[in-house]
Design a protein around this ligand. Structure first.
Ligand code: HXC
Length: 511
């Protein structure tokens, strides 16, 4: 084959399923696989692998059928100048369906990425198992799943859902670190609306069942939600700037930047009335470099906020109770969200800054039946086993089990700070007074006045940081205005931290 013939052949392959299929893809509001790769990676950085791979199916009319690239484009490139491995399923070629060659192209790229120590990005847009490939497609999925699991915690794995991702196919993204979805484009579910209607008689649209809003806001299957593909790629570029290339690496340091001048003055954010809400993200923005905050799971379990920022140029993971939603209580979803994020930070050597203001766990039969015990225990587990620098600032309330769970000294926090007005107690003063002064209140002529008096007495005795600081549970009481400087010093101090854990095969986190 001469150069000209090779180029002709290459052009044909690069057209994927052909012009009509590309038009159909564009008409449905989607970019093609190659356009997506070009839009996400640094310009001109993509190096394709296995461009000329051929499919291996023979039955059901597949013999001799040409499937350019076997419906997936794989290769390497750079993002922010740093190498990544990438695959993008090509829906224009037989609906991006997965046969054995398609799967093996993906697993080969994954193996290479791990050997070279770089993140893996998967763009999913596929009709799922190629029906004509039979068990080979199931084998292909299995080989991908196994790598997703074995490479978990070795290199970052990101999944972008840019089309259908149904049935068994959905389990690969679920095994990866972070999942991205796009309004109107992403569709991910295990059984589609037709099967649901047949089996259960229930009618539901694809969008309501597993569209972007559902995935990001209801099920929590997706961590990032974007209005369009370009915005999604921007999220990925931003996110990767906080992560290291692999678990042996440190996140890249940036030039330190003071918080944005427009960020709210930190001391004015928390209202004087301790029952009033505020947006804890204002506190994060008042602390983080350039007031930048890359929020993860922004629209799911909003009563806790997690995400990445920088302090003095160092990447940090923030975990913060959000008084704006459900008063910042811990419930099943919030515990799942926060514990997974703590593990993500620990895996990738990112220090964790915990900002605590929580009145306790959400009570009620619904939560108990949903497993608030095992879900809440995930928080205890994740913080306890994490060995990255772990720093806590108690902003206001630290009640009950929440005090322990939110990276307390007792779970191995390296440094714990408290703002002066913090209330650290077994429970809120009112609930506590009603229990321990039940008799005094019942016997009082003016029960309301007695309750108020006892609430005040309880609050003055225990609900301040001096008791915890006196016992060494809080290392220092700091003014809100000192917080950023204190955290800068603490992170510098912790930079050389090394901590070992008892030797074992692996732990068994609460399910
Ligand atoms: C073979 C497939 C295919 C598949 C789509 N195509 N999915 N071919 N195997 N799984 C082909 C179509 O026949 C069509 O070919 C082309 O791709 C484009 O598909 P359309 O149907 O025209 O596109 P659209 O209308 O957008 O519908 C997309 C879709 C639909 C909703 C994804 O194609 C669909 O329902 N596909 C089947 C989904 C499915 O049941 N997959 C198997 C799941 S089981 P032509 O030649 O007409 O252009 C599974 C088990 C895995 O995944 C287990 C692993 C553990």
């Amino acid at each position: 084959m001469n150069n000209e013939q090779l180029e002709e052949f290459r052009k044909k392959i690069m057209l994927g399923g052909g012009e009509a299929a590309i038009e159909k893809q564009h008409a449905s509001g989607k970019l093609t696989a190659r356009e997506r790769i070009d839009a996400l990676l640094d310009k001109g950085s993509f190096e394709e692998l296995d461009q000329f791979a051929v499919h291996q199916e023979h039955n059901f009319g597949m013999e001799g059928k040409e499937l350019p690239g076997d419906g997936v484009v794989t290769g390497t490139g750079t993002i922010n100048g740093r190498p990544v491995g990438i695959f993008a399923q090509d829906f224009t070629v037989m609906g991006g369906s997965l046969g054995l060659t398609h799967a093996r192209k993906i697993t080969k790229m994954m193996d290479l990425a791990v050997k070279l120590g770089m993140p893996i990005i998967g763009i999913n847009d596929s009709g799922g198992a190629r029906i004509q490939a039979g068990v080979d497609s199931q084998a292909g999925y299995g080989e991908i799943f196994m790598r997703n699991a074995l490479y978990s915690g070795v290199v970052p794995q990101l999944s972008i859902i840019l089309g259908p991702c149904a049935g068994g196919a959905a389990y690969s993204p679920a095994l990866t670190d972070l999942v991205f979805v796009v309004e109107g484009i992403s569709k991910m579910f295990v059984t589609g609306p037709n099967v649901i209607k047949t089996v259960l008689g229930e009618e539901i649209s694809q969008e309501d069942l597993g569209g972007a809003k559902t995935l990001a806001g209801i099920s929590g299957n997706a961590h990032f939600y974007a209005a369009d593909e370009q915005a999604c790629f921007e999220q990925i570029r931003q996110l990767l700037s906080f992560l290291p290339q692999n678990n042996q690496d440190q996140p890249a340091a940036s030039a330190p930047k003071e918080p944005n001048k427009l960020a709210k003055a930190i001391g004015s954010i928390i209202p004087n009335d301790s029952k009033r809400p505020y947006d804890v993200r204002d506190i994060i923005r008042a602390i983080s470099d350039d007031s930048e905050f890359c929020e993860v799971h922004e629209v799911w379990a909003k009563n806790i906020v997690v995400g990445f920022g920088r302090i003095d140029g160092r990447s940090v993971g923030f975990v913060a109770n959000q008084p704006l939603y459900l008063a910042g209580v811990l419930d099943c979803d919030a515990s799942n969200k926060a514990s997974r994020f703590v593990m993500l930070c620990d895996t990738y050597n990112i220090p964790i800054v915990t900002l605590e203001d929580m009145p306790g766990c959400l009570p009620g039969s619904e939560q108990e039946h949903a497993g608030v015990i095992r879900n809440g225990a995930k928080m205890l587990y994740a913080y306890s086993v994490a060995t990255v620098p772990k720093i806590t600032v108690i902003l206001r309330k630290a009640y009950g089990g929440g005090y322990v769970a939110m990276n307390s000294k007792h779970l191995g926090a390296d440094l714990v700070y408290s703002w002066p007005n913090a209330e650290i107690a077994v429970m809120g003063p009112e609930a506590a007074a009603k229990i321990i002064f039940k008799k005094d209140i019942a016997e009082a002529a003016d029960q309301k006045a007695m309750l108020a008096e006892k609430v005040k007495e309880y609050a003055e005795t225990v609900a301040n940081p001096l008791v915890a600081a006196g016992k060494g549970y809080v290392d220092a009481i700091i003014a809100p205005e000192q917080t950023r400087e204190v955290l800068k010093r603490a992170l510098k101090l912790c930079a050389s931290k090394h901590e070992d854990r008892p030797k074992k095969k692996h732990g068994l986190p609460p399910a």
